[in-house]
Design a protein around this ligand. Structure first.
Ligand SMILES: NC(=O)c1ccc[n+]([C@@H]2O[C@H](COP(=O)([O-])OP(=O)(O)OC[C@H]3O[C@@H](n4cnc5c(N)ncnc54)[C@H](OP(=O)(O)O)[C@@H]3O)[C@@H](O)[C@H]2O)c1
Length: 326
């Protein structure tokens, strides 16, 4: 088969479409013929040699895909050859075929085409596990998501609105904020022109945000804690603003606040399977009914994954960038 390889870490040109051996599904795995993969910010780091795949995972990048099952490994039940699926991966999604643990498969939602389904696994699993399983966002609470127009952000806005939360977003342009508003966001903050701490205080009569989903890490740590409401929960999922920050413990303590930080990719198979099962139970009905939808910015040929990485690096997108296999 053909796949994107990274012979030497570097810029987007480091991504090389090359012939590689077909993967073989192990016990409990299925082989998926990929129709599309999707780009995640972590892929950019992996390409630069800054984010190694977890032990046992393929070196081929790609954390999600959609396609058809073409073979079953030993001990797989509930899935058949020919099923259309999308899947959460530890790697290998930038390829014509990928072996997937059966616990990480999801059916293609009813009103979603096969290629578009590739936009769903990472954002649904990341948002559900952090915002709902860990931070327990509840109806009526105020939820702040940084980078509201990102792949993660566009799903987080829709899910938080679907459960009846009040949603605040940060984004870097009016066009992106307008898009977030179309998805249901109530409080729009341009992080280039406004201070989100002040804006959230103003919008909540000083109470603050009950849950924050953060992609920035160190750069926003102090301001996120300032923004938290009493009993607030800060869920960190990204380090776009650095890895080492300073924490005002007194402020966190006085607010009885909680900070969590997780990486989906590094979680054990059993935890990924539990998250995927929860996503299927709670989010799939919302997608089937059209209440929540995948947001796709553009589709590019997988062989030109380099161009897709440039788009993410320039932040020229809203939602997900997909990689299609011809
Ligand atoms: N821990 C996990 O398991 C996990 C899983 C998936 C994703 N993630 C993380 O989640 C984040 C989003 O991922 P993605 O794939 O959806 O990426 P993406 O679409 O490339 O989005 C990155 C976002 O960062 C925003 N941003 C940049 N500077 C900002 C700032 N100063 N303040 C607020 N927002 C800022 C950008 O907003 P503008 O375009 O408006 O500038 C853009 O929306 C990434 O950090 C990624 O690593 C973590």
């Amino acid at each position: 088969m053909y796949a994107i390889t990274i012979p030497e870490p570097g810029g987007p040109e480091a991504l090389v479409w090359a012939e590689v051996p077909d993967p073989v599904p192990g016990d409990g795995e299925v082989l998926v013929e990929v129709a599309a993969g999707a780009v995640n910010r972590a892929d950019l780091l992996q390409r630069q040699g800054l984010y190694n795949p977890p032990p046992g995972a393929t070196a081929i990048p790609g954390l999600e895909c959609a396609g058809r099952i073409v073979a079953l490994g030993a001990g797989v039940s509930g899935w058949s050859v020919g099923d259309e699926v999308c899947a959460l991966l530890s790697g290998g999604g930038y390829a014509e075929k990928v072996a997937v643990p059966a616990g990480q498969l999801l059916p293609v939602p009813e009103n979603t085409d096969l290629v578009t389904a590739a936009a769903l696994p990472e954002v649904t699993a990341t948002v559900w596990s952090n915002v709902f399983m860990i931070a327990h966002l509840r109806p009526g609470e105020t939820f702040l998501v940084h980078g509201g127009s990102s792949g993660i952000g566009t799903m987080a806005i829709q899910l938080a609105k679907a459960i009846g939360a009040r949603v605040a977003v940060t984004a870097g342009s009016k066009e992106k904020l307008d898009y977030c508003a179309e998805l249901g966001a109530d409080i729009l903050i341009n992080y280039r022109e406004q201070d989100f701490v002040e804006e959230i205080k103003r919008a909540t009569d000083g109470a603050g945000a009950d849950v924050i989903l953060d992609n920035m890490g160190a750069k926003y740590l102090d301001r996120n804690v300032q923004t938290l409401a009493t009993n607030g929960r800060l869920a960190i999922i990204g380090m776009q603003g650095g890895i080492q920050g300073e924490l005002n413990i007194a402020m966190l303590l006085n607010k009885r606040g909680a900070i969590t930080a997780t990486s989906l990719r590094a979680r054990p198979l059993s935890e990924k399977a539990a998250i995927v099962a929860a996503v299927r139970e709670h989010i799939w009905p919302l997608i089937d009914s059209g209440r929540v939808r995948p947001i796709v910015d553009r589709k590019l040929p997988m062989s030109d994954a380099a161009q897709a990485h440039r788009v993410l690096e320039e932040s020229g997108h809203i939602g997900k960038v997909l990689l299609t296999v011809e």
